[in-house]
Design a protein around this ligand. Structure first.
Ligand code: PLP
Length: 494
């Protein structure tokens, strides 16, 4: 297919042909996801085609498109397959894939309403649906914005907390503060909180990590003690971050008790519900989040449990005026005030130019409805419970943390006379993962909970079924003797 090389224009037939070519590829890919391996076998993994030189002149579009599709699909790592039992990365809904193409084509500039009137309104509508499911009434004053993910949403939430306590901080900086601020979260909370405090100039070590109990939930007595200790030492406790769905275990902190504690101590309450915030869409399970509606700010990532492709994070707050205090700024080339009832996004967000990250979620909800998420959550909770039952029934593994949601933490079960320290256990777990993932079909991972090595399995794809779990369990069972042999451990089983 030859092009006029003086610009990027294609004629309608070329556009159609390339579009059909790509959609046929994506369609075939989606048809393969229920049986596709996560990645190539170990022996051929990482064997990529030679890196292309910077192209001076272009090549035939159809051929280049075909070749990159083949490379990415044949040699790639496939998060969307039913066999991915990994981190919080889902199979995107097909409606979301279509929405992404539409957004790329229309390229609405979400920085200002003036250049994205309808897009901004749809985005606000989507935020309203989320707020409503959190339990915030329509007449309630809330604000929010779509973000690139949980990291940016947490950063923004902590910036709001800081500005709430010190309204001049954005102009005057940290030097005017009367004392060193302190922030509090569980030992199992996400490191994006430390990253945020580093970037905000507070210092990473002023995220006080409070011990978690055996269920990986924050220990309330230890939290209270740490706050009092810090106060006595001259620090200024400012905010508590509760996690709804810890990354390693899926644990939900006692949110209502945290809300009470924050009220008692006049602290900002942020909830990192990046993963488990999805439960708001389940009538049956949303009670697990009771207390989250009292948060001052909330992080919720549709690109985790809500099956959206990257990027789709959300920050919501019950203090919308603070968004402008933190992020608002004037510039000669943009209007001083918004052209409609909604604020301009560049004034309420850490981003400036921004893609429309909301349409994929809006479209998925319009086409499938909330009930589809209710069913997704039910199915995945049942499948995680099925995995728990099956993997423990092998006799080769024990439970490391009580299962909260769709994540299981488990350990290799050792013979009574075999004692391994944590380094040796971690090496064994890595070897088990290596055995289980060698042929590329499945993917699971290791992590640490309470500082100790565990194996981690997560149901995250809406395509995963019992047969995928059965195959994974069989592999885990078979991996034990092989891993033991590889590490020179004569017997692991009782
Ligand atoms: C609980 C939690 N919060 C925040 C994040 C960061 O989210 P993102 O990767 O979308 O920036 C993660 C990432 O997994 C997470 O698990």
């Amino acid at each position: 297919m030859g092009f006029d090389r003086s610009n990027f224009q294609l004629d309608p037939e070329q556009r159609q042909q390339l579009g059909y070519q790509l959609i046929d590829r994506i369609n075939a890919y989606y048809s393969s996801l229920s049986h596709r391996s996560v990645q190539p076998p170990m022996e051929v993994r990482g064997q990529f085609p030679a890196t292309a030189q910077l192209p001076e002149l272009g090549e035939d579009a159809s051929r280049v498109l075909e070749s990159i599709c083949a490379d990415l699909i044949d040699r790639g790592f496939h998060v969307p397959t039913a066999n991915y039992f990994g981190l919080m990365n889902p199979t995107p809904t097909y409606m979301a894939v279509l929405a992404e193409a539409l957004v790329a084509a229309l390229n609405p500039q979400l920085a200002t309403n003036a250049r994205s009137q309808l897009a901004s309104r749809l985005e606000h509508e989507t935020l309203g649906w989320i707020a409503q499911r959190i339990g915030w009434q329509q007449e309630e004053n809330f604000g929010g914005t779509f973000t690139s993910g949980g990291n940016e949403a947490n950063f923004s939430g902590l910036a709001l907390a800081l500005t709430h306590h010190f309204p001049n901080i954005i102009e005057d900086g940290l030097l005017g503060l009367p004392a060193q601020p302190g922030f509090y979260a569980s030992a199992e909370s996400h490191p994006s909180l430390e990253k945020s405090l580093g970037l905000l100039g507070i210092g990473r070590k002023f995220l006080r990590r409070v011990p978690a109990d055996h269920r990986a939930q924050i220990n309330l007595n230890a939290l209270e003690a740490q706050i009092q200790h810090d106060r006595a030492a001259g620090l200024l406790p400012l905010a508590v971050i509760g996690t709804a769905g810890t990354t390693s275990s899926g644990a939900i902190d006692p949110l209502a008790a945290l809300a009470d504690l924050c009220a008692r101590h006049h602290l900002w309450f942020h909830v990192d519900a990046a993963y488990a915030g999805a439960l708001i869409f389940s009538n049956q399970h949303r009670r697990l989040l009771a207390g989250m509606e009292r948060a001052d700010s909330i992080t919720l990532d549709p690109h985790k449990w809500l099956s959206m492709p990257f990027a789709a994070g959300v920050l919501l707050t019950r203090h919308p005026e603070l968004l402008e205090s933190v992020f608002g700024i004037d510039t000669a080339y943009l209007p001083k005030s918004s052209s409609g009832p909604l604020p301009d996004n560049f004034r309420i967000s850490a981003q400036w130019s921004r893609r429309m990250n909301s349409l994929k979620f809006w479209l998925t909800l319009r086409v499938h409805g909330r009930v589809a998420y209710e069913e997704l959550i039910d199915n995945q909770l049942q499948l995680a419970s099925y995995f728990e039952e099956k993997v423990l029934a092998t006799g080769s593994y024990t439970l490391a943390t009580p299962r909260a949601l769709t994540i299981l933490n488990f350990r290799a079960r050792l013979a009574d006379d075999l004692r391994l320290d944590d380094d040796a256990t971690a090496a064994l777990h890595r070897e088990i993962v290596s055995q289980v993932t060698a042929d590329g079909e499945h993917w699971i991972s290791t992590t640490r909970v309470h500082g100790k090595s565990v194996l981690r399995m997560m149901v995250i794809s809406y395509l995963s079924r019992q047969q995928h779990v059965d195959a994974l369990v069989a592999k885990l069972h078979a991996a034990i003797p092989n891993a033991a042999e590889a590490l020179g451990l004569h017997s692991l089983r009782r």
